[in-house]
Design a protein around this ligand. Structure first.
Ligand SMILES: *Cc1c(COP(=O)(O)O)cnc(C)c1O
Length: 421
């Protein structure tokens, strides 16, 4: 359920026509619906109302501080994977006691910042990381609250690049070694074991993989308790999929029911780290058609947003719906919708049937709220798009469109590149 809809053939976001926002802000433009984000958060939160739980929104899905603040204001915490995301979460006013920190490559500096902030827990991804966190905490005269991120070796049945819980993936600690690793952690002076964590992948559209992971983690928790290790938190990560095209992922209620019925007696506070399911369908990328052309009987619709703005189609072959901002009742066109970037991999859709569009028309690329702007780049020296948040009849720019000066910020021409002398 989202708040993008047509009124008299015109696309609106909540109570504002998209065209009006484009007139004020230009294209390309990321447009998010506040009510959609809060609704998605509340539905997810309500699904777990029967058990103690904490929902930490995954910042990497959409890290704009206004979006983080929206989730924080709804009662959420934040799941971070870098010092930069910690900075953003704190800037957005997140309660440090609701921040969980994953990632295979945490630096000592990042660990120090997270300990200083007093986060809820580190989700540790290797033995070496455990040792480093122990010694950094020791230097700071404190103790680090930790879970081990378990790699449960389950196949999430999703795109290989977003599968993270198979034993050949770089993430987490192999479940077979985890009991020993916990025993070692228990001996460390500056480590407080607080939980068990996993995150098996993203855009998961079936319950089976989640249930398999949960079953293995429950078993591990039982063994840890035999070893006298207290487990207060069970963090099941994120990964619940959304409908981009014809996928039918489980509703958060079904997902919650499957987990609660299997784990309600575990005496743990559940943590979830949803990203995509909260913001994915709460955002669109609005772009203007620059040219339409035909090469070798193939139609190309060239728009002013490219792979630097939305890389998912190029990176994963992902499907994003493409709709006209104003429906003119024209015919259907089969075309590749491509950007201005000098790469054949720069496309938003391939061989797609879309409503016929012409130069100057506006299109909306749907389901672009997650892993859209947050994965964007300046490739081809393209300033990054503006981001706008709509709430009811109001809209605000939450990130200015970048300028050419932004592009060269921090760059300098040194003496030795001047001339050939
Ligand atoms: C990316 C990520 C998430 C969020 O995944 P979604 O599929 O967007 O829900 C959660 N936890 C961790 C550790 C992640 O890396």
């Amino acid at each position: 359920m989202n708040y993008f809809h047509y009124i008299e053939n015109e696309l609106w976001c909540e109570e504002v026509p998209v065209e009006r926002i484009v007139e004020a802000v230009g294209t390309p433009l990321y447009l998010y619906s506040y009510q959609t984000i809060t609704r998605h958060f509340q539905v997810f939160d309500a699904a777990f109302a029967g058990v103690p739980h904490l929902i930490c929104f995954s910042a990497k899905a959409n890290s704009n501080i206004a979006i983080l603040k929206t989730v924080v204001a709804a009662g959420g915490g934040v799941d971070i994977v870098s010092g930069g995301e910690l900075f953003r979460a704190l800037r957005a006013g997140a309660d440090p006691k609701k921040i969980v920190y994953a990632g295979v490559g945490k630096t000592e500096q990042e660990i120090t910042s997270a300990l200083d902030a007093g986060i809820l827990m580190f989700n540790i991804e290797s033995s070496q990381e455990l040792q480093v966190i122990n010694s950094v905490a020791g230097r700071l005269g404190t103790r680090a609250p930790i879970s081990l991120r378990i790699n449960p070796d389950v196949d999430p049945l999703t795109h290989p690049h977003i599968s993270t819980g198979l034993k050949q993936n770089k993430f987490g600690i192999n479940i077979e070694k985890s009991r020993d690793e916990y025993r070692r952690a228990k001996e460390l002076d500056h480590i407080d074991i607080v939980g068990v964590d996993c995150h098996i992948g993203s855009q998961i559209t079936e319950l089976g993989p989640f249930i398999d992971a949960l079953t293995r983690l429950k078993d591990l928790i039982a063994r840890l308790r035999e070893d006298g290790i207290e487990v207060r938190y069970l963090d099941l990560g994120g990964g619940l999929g959304i409908s981009y095209n014809e996928e039918t992922p489980p509703h958060p209620d079904e997902y919650a029911r499957a987990i609660i019925e299997r784990a309600k007696d575990l005496d743990c506070t559940f943590i979830f780290e949803p990203g995509r399911v909260i913001v994915g369908n709460a955002g669109v990328l609005v772009s203007r058609v620059l040219y339409v052309k035909t090469n070798a009987d193939k139609n190309f619709v060239i728009v002013d947003a490219g792979m630097n703005d939305l890389i998912r189609p190029s990176l994963y072959g992902s499907y994003h719906g493409i709709v006209p901002v104003r429906e003119k009742g024209k015919g259907i066109l089969t075309a590749d919708v491509v950007g201005p970037i000098c790469e054949s991999g720069d496309f938003l859709a391939k061989a797609r049937e879309i409503t016929e569009v012409g130069r100057g028309d506006l299109i909306a690329v749907k389901s672009a709220g997650a892993y859209g702007f947050s994965m964007s780049s300046n490739y081809n020296s393209r300033p990054r798009a503006a981001e706008v948040l709509v709430r009811k009849d109001r809209f605000e720019i939450i990130r200015e469109r970048e300028t050419y000066d932004d592009l060269v910020r921090g760059e300098r021409i040194t003496d030795f590149v001047e001339g050939l002398k």
